[in-house]
Write a protein that binds this ligand. Structure first.
Ligand code: PMP
Ligand code: GLN
Length: 381
């Protein structure tokens, strides 16, 4: 059998989690919390598990959940609510939403602009659709786009531009000026926008998350993807969604109905029970910032140099002082084995394995987990 993705191995997140398990390491690698979702949510799930709705949900998602997503979008971003009937599609996690969008719009020979480092699911989805990723490196040390390079990457064949803010793995957060720049570049073109905003509720130091939905011009051509896995500390639930204008959403649904058809009914019901309460997500910036700050303090004296994290639940670090010249993948493996703390190397986020000597820590962990990890890292130093 000739593989359609011959160069693709197991995702680095799964690889590092497996290694962490083998070595009894504290897992600050794969992005997931080690604490439970809010009790109101798990209690709602128990109620619905014992209820009577266990059959297929409507293909685009439960109407009540879509209505609440529409209301939340209007409230959080101060914009006109998307139409719950036509503009919102509930998917099996953001991953399926991304895949459905890309499959729906990318045609053989189309180009898709991808800013790197980039989340690992983007490029395989583009390639399976017959598209060609056109990579633009984000600029170190702050991982901002170089707009001249983005402009140079655009062509009449550019079908889609992919954006991720707050950004995995760097924690960079787009400003209004960034969106303006992109809007100018796309003006007058047919190019669509796929904005991955799964960390929308995790920005720090009073910095707002700016959504593509807040930019009228971009919103008209945008698919905006989010994830209840991130918002509700429930990555294992695999419930996410895509917001897009009706005509674009119709194309997403054409694919979604044949990838999964519909998303688990009890999980949608449970989420719908809590989503109307803004308190179920409003606390997240302060909550995650406390963890970022605690981790930052605990890491002093370890020899890691932490880069700024403006949002997401990730933190990049340089390790040159500890291991001059060592490749990031080798260092991440060694740290897992020798220090008992698993991290993710950043080079797998680049199509060509660019190695800046950086590793990623996930700080969405209980304070005690962060303390225990930092203690091990202090000893490693
Ligand atoms: N996009 C980004 C940037 C992510 O970090 C993740 C989760 N790791 C996803 C998409 C996928 O989200 P989900 O778990 O809801 O499929
Ligand atoms: N998004 C998570 C991360 O960045 C992992 C998700 C996955 O394992 N596919 O670590």
């Amino acid at each position: 059998l000739t593989s359609k993705l011959p160069d693709v191995g197991t995702s680095i997140f799964a690889v590092m989690t497996q290694l962490a398990t083998e070595h009894g390491a504290i897992n600050l690698a794969q992005g997931f919390p080690d604490f439970n979702p809010p009790a109101a949510l798990t209690e709602a799930l128990v109620r619905h598990a014992q209820g009577s709705q266990h059959q297929y949900a409507p293909m685009p998602g439960l109407m009540r959940l879509r209505e609440l997503i529409a209301e939340k979008t209007a409230r959080v971003y101060g914009v006109a609510a998307p139409d719950a009937g036509t503009d919102i599609t509930v998917c099996s996690g953001a991953t399926e939403a991304l895949f459905a969008v890309i499959t729906a719009v990318v045609r053989p020979g189309d180009e898709v602009v991808v800013l790197e480092p980039a989340y690992d699911s983007y490029a395989p989805a583009i390639r399976l659709a017959g598209g060609r990723p056109v990579y633009v490196p984000l600029r170190l040390p702050d991982f901002r786009p170089d707009w001249d390079q983005v402009r140079a990457a655009l062509s009449p064949r550019t079908r889609l531009v992919m954006v991720n803010t707050p950004h995995n793995p760097t924690g960079a957060v787009w400003t209004e000026a960034d969106w303006q720049q992109l809007a100018e570049l796309l003006r007058g073109t047919e190019t669509l926008l796929l904005s991955d905003e799964v960390y929308e509720h995790m920005t720090f130091d009073g910095r707002p998350h700016r959504s593509a939905l807040q930019h009228e011009e971009l919103r008209a051509r945008a698919f905006v993807v989010s994830s209840f896995g991130k918002t509700y500390h429930a990555t294992g639930w695999k419930v996410g969604y895509c917001v897009a204008p009706a005509a674009l959403s119709a194309e997403v649904r054409r694919v979604h109905q044949f990838v999964t058809f519909a998303v688990s009914t009890p999980f949608q019901l449970a989420i719908a029970d809590v989503l109307g309460d803004a308190g179920s997500y409003d606390y997240l910036p302060a909550f995650m910032q406390q963890k970022r700050d605690l981790f930052g303090q605990l890491m002093r004296g370890t020899g890691f140099e932490l880069l700024p994290s403006e949002g997401s639940y990730f933190q990049l670090a340089r390790y040159q002082q500890l291991a001059p010249g060592e490749a990031d993948v080798a260092f991440a493996r060694r740290l897992t084995q020798e220090a008992g703390v698993a991290v993710v190397p950043v080079s797998p986020f680049y199509h060509d394995g660019t190695d800046h000597g950086l590793v990623r820590f996930c700080f969405a962990k209980q304070d005690d987990t962060l303390r225990a990890a930092a203690e091990r890292l202090q000893q490693f130093a």
